[in-house]
Design a protein around this ligand. Sequence first.
Ligand code: ARG
Length: 566
Amino acid sequence: MKDFKLEIAENISSQVQEMTLEEIISLIEVPPNKEMGDYAFPCFKLAKVYRKSPNIIAQEISSKLQNTESIESINVLGGYINFFVNKKQLAQTVIKEILDKKDQYGSSNIGQGKKVIVEFSSPNIAKPFHIGHIRSTVIGNSLEKIYKFLGYETISINHLGDYGTQFGKLIVAFKKWGSEEEVKKEPIPTLLKLYIKFHEEAEKDPSLEDEGREWFKKLEEKDEEATRLWQWFRDVSLEEFNRVYDMLNIKFDSYAGESFYSDKMDRVIEIMKEKNILKESKGALIVDLEDYKMPPALIKKSDGSTLYITRDITAALYRKEHYDFYKNIYVVASQQNLHFQQWFKVIELMGFDWAKDCIHVPFGLVSLEEGTIATRKGRVVFLEDVLNKAIQTTKDIIKEKNPNLENIDEVAKQVGIGAVVFQELSNNRIKDYTFSWERTLNFDGETGPYVQYTHVRTCSLLRKANEQVTEDIDFDLLTDDDAINVITILSGFNKAVVDAMRKNEPHIVARYVVDLSQAFNKFYHDNAIIVEDENIRKARLALVKATKQTIKNALSLLGIAAPERM
Ligand code: ARG
């Protein structure tokens, strides 16, 4: 696409030797209102170099700049050079490109030939997949799509928590108090109850802890009974998790969880020994991180058992060898910041320069509004319940608004789930936030349903007009403020996607699609679209179609469906 910003930057660059083209590009802004131009270049930095006032420099540079085919006029105000682009050309290039590229609009190939691993979700076997896990799932899923859209080869990994001493305890609890039927009927709640009971009983009878350790040891030694029970717990848990992944339309390339590394850790510990970074401390093996102001990394306990961190280090080595990643991304709650800092450092101390390519993408806590979500047994919230409630509530809303909608169940699913997903992405990921039904399912706020509804509006306009959007469009008819505002936002889609990738922040795409929807709704509110005048009608419908396509592409990057009716 014609890049107006680049053209402006090149124009400035021909007059300014003190800055690189990249620096100039990074300084160019989009002014808050159109009277100040479509793009502006601030001269404050140059003022320091030249020791002159910014406004004088702006004047000196601008007097040497030429108008081009794309730049209609240039003026100077308050230290800025303001550029007014040729609006007809802007409208034409942007809309043509969208209608031409369709579902690829906004994509690029900057990632070509590079492999990115996105590890996300990673729930724990026999524990509930709760509202906290949904953040990792939703953010990670979107990140993977964003990288892929930009040409990276992506690998999604679900690092299941399916190994560790807790499984010894669970085996003991099941053998003592469990029933096969009960586990079959309600796997995770039952296993969770058993696990809780184990801890209650162990308070009274500490010998249970020893039994738990013994059974974990048996599991490590591949004892037949221990392995069979563990495998069964894993299978029934995965079945429950898969129900949720199906609802969210998520598939992983790999489910290599912690257990996958159980036979690969010895070798890694050997490397640590060779590199001389392991120390013995009270019978345990540690990597001392005092020089880096962190507590030591405990690699092997005195009883010989390995730990969560040992498996993470082993997994990273395996991934490097197996995938030769360009980036290895972990979407995991910020509570685990220290854990990741510690083991990234251990990898570095092992002499692997790719430690810098391992990236922790943390996110804040979700808390719940009191009494908003029913909790099954105990204080745990099950994601499946949240999604089902969202779908049911959405169905009630749609029944009221659009009682004749045909595939209401399908749409309620797309909108209900879309609402929950969008809610997760509508804040900076690092911010803690409170989950609220009110906010999530509001059709008018900055929500998923609002964006989906805007998409539905574009679809219904195109249906009503019953017209193919044609080639012969007079783009002069799209140069009014409302239209140009939409078009300028449309033109910024790829930049939003690239920003989201650079910051690993899908929220930027969510914000983008809300801005686009709001601008479109203003355009729609102020202008009749299906008008008598054929040329105006055609031009406006082209803009409607371009908006529809871009909203759909953006939603798809967030992992949200774009229904045609709702
Ligand atoms: N299973 C862990 C939990 O639920 C998250 C795993 C995160 N990933 C990792 N490679 N450590 O807390």
